[in-house]
Design a protein around this ligand. Structure first.
Ligand code: UD1
Ligand code: CA
Length: 459
């Protein structure tokens, strides 16, 4: 059985953040979230996260199937793993993956290639390493002249010669459970940082005559972590580029990637065009042949085929085939725009269903409403859904025509094919096919200006 321990106890001083370092976002998702995803995808069945600094924040973020162990105070990565001793004892005969919670680019494929290598060689410990250009701050992998592993030397403890070694420890290891327990019992804090280093387990296990190996990755980017905001930006750029590239190879058209940020879980159909400055997040699914953007933000929503979303914000909603929305449209949570709906500039829809083919071309608020098909909203229609205390719904039947500048005071129902005269404030429900006029009659006072002379008097 595969299981995993993720290290997330450190404060991350250099990040200068209020939150624990692992809660800093890469593509709008905490780094620890990416690591948990990779570990689950790699097949780990039991996962324990080591928390420490502001542990409540990390615990609140993790899903309930994930165990945690508290490390207080934080005395190094080896000390962190010691806090999971009970977990390791339960898995003494299993393969345990240990990885840093601040390395969000590590992926399931790499983890499993290292696992295969680990099993083939019957290793007690297999670490993942990469050849890097920048050796500042890394754990250097020290080998003898034959290339046999000796130990890991942390940058702060390294001699000038050792600092030149450009094989870096990824902070991601497979252990055989019982051997990990043995090694943890032999770590000391006799080093430059007075910390208990997990990296010392390599030398300890080699000295005990156990098999040890390093799986060297081809693409060194997967081992990158973030210790400060600059590195966080680097990780964002790499992950963003990887996601966009994969989408393009799957047939999504991104003519210019400027400002295009798409989350890992987003699915987009082929021949859909993603225009600049478009952010698509969460579990969003978008169909084929759409044009999304420019300047569009979509979170956790489902979008059909042949949809146009131009300068829109779409949150937790469904947009069906052939919808054309924007510019400057906001669709808030729990809304559905059915097939062929047209929503134009400065229209907001909230917690409402808008039926097939209905149109709201300009300056309208549709909130808490059930709108039928082929309804026409005149410019400036407002569903008055809130009386200061309660929210109420409006129901608008198929084929209704709402004149410009209408207020619908909820709760109210507009029957099928009913008409509302422009400028009406509707407080009572309207039967089907009726015309409702709810405005003051126009009064004309002939020659009023000559009698009053209002403008001349002002002079
Ligand atoms: C660590 C490795 C280094 C490797 C690098 C890769 C050690 C001693 N060094 O160094 O060889 O090249 O990762 O990124 O392991 N943490 C705790 N408790 C602690 C200290 C750290 O939970 O007491 C967690 C942190 O939250 C972080 C992870 O462990 O997620 C790594 O800690 P960090 O201090 O960033 O280690 P590095 O100095 O990067
Ligand atoms: Ca680190």
């Amino acid at each position: 059985m595969k299981c995993a321990i993720i290290l997330a106890g450190g404060k991350g001083t250099r990040m200068k953040a209020d939150c624990p370092k692992v809660m800093c976002n890469v593509i709008f998702k905490p780094m620890i979230g990416h690591v948990v995803d990779a570990v689950k995808e790699a097949g780990a069945e039991d996962i324990c996260v080591i928390t420490g600094y502001k542990h409540e924040e990390v615990e609140a973020y993790l899903s309930s199937d994930i165990k945690t162990a508290l490390q207080q105070p934080q005395l190094g990565t080896g000390h962190a793993v010691m806090q999971a001793t009970d977990f390791i004892k339960e898995h003494a005969e299993d393969d345990i993956l240990i990885l840093n919670g601040d390395g969000p680019l590590m992926d399931a494929e790499t983890i499993n290639k290292a696992y295969a290598y680990h099993k083939e060689n019957n290793n007690s410990i297999t670490l993942i390493s990469a050849l890097v250009d920048d050796t500042e701050g890394i754990g250097h992998i020290k080998r003898d002249d034959n290339g046999t592993l000796l130990r890991i030397v942390e940058h702060k403890d390294a001699t000038p010669e050792e600092k030149k070694i450009n094989e870096s420890n990824a902070g991601c290891y497979w252990f055989y459970g019982a051997d990990l327990l043995y090694a943890l019992g032999n770590i000391t804090n006799n080093n430059a940082q007075n910390e208990y280093y997990l990296t010392d387990t390599l030398e300890i296990l080699i000295s005990a005559g156990k098999n040890a190996g390093a799986y060297v990755v081809e693409n060194s980017e997967v081992i990158l972590g973030a210790n400060d905001r600059k590195q966080l930006n680097d990780l964002n750029n790499i992950m963003r580029r990887n996601i966009n590239t994969k989408l393009m190879l799957d047939g999504v058209d991104i003519p210019c990637t400027d400002g295009v940020i798409i989350g890992k879980n987003v699915k987009i159909g082929n021949s859909t065009v993603i225009m600049p400055n478009t952010i698509i997040l969460g579990d969003t699914v978008i169909g084929s042949n759409c044009t999304i953007g420019p300047n569009t933000y979509i979170d956790n929503s489902t979008v059909g085929d042949n949809v146009i979303l131009d300068n829109c914000k779409i949150l937790d909603s469904t947009v069906e085939d052939g919808v054309d929305a924007g510019p400057f449209v906001k669709v808030r949570a729990n809304s559905t725009l059915k097939k062929g709906v047209h929503i134009g500039n400065f229209v907001e829809v909230k917690n409402s269903t808008v039926g097939e083919g209905s149109k709201s071309a300009h300056l309208t608020y549709i909130g808490d409403s059930d709108v039928g098909s082929d309804v026409n909203f005149g410019c400036g229609t407002v569903t008055c859904n809130y009386d200061g205390k309660n929210k109420s719904r409006c129901k608008i039947g198929d084929g209704a025509f709402i004149g410009c500048n209408t207020n619908l005071i909820a709760p109210v129902e507009v029957g099928e094919q009913a008409y509302i005269a422009a400028g009406s404030t509707i407080t009572d429900s309207i039967p089907e096919k009726a015309l409702s006029i709810a405005r003051a009659r126009q009064v004309i006072k002939e020659g009023w200006v000559d009698i009053k002379k209002p403008y001349k008097e002002k002079k």
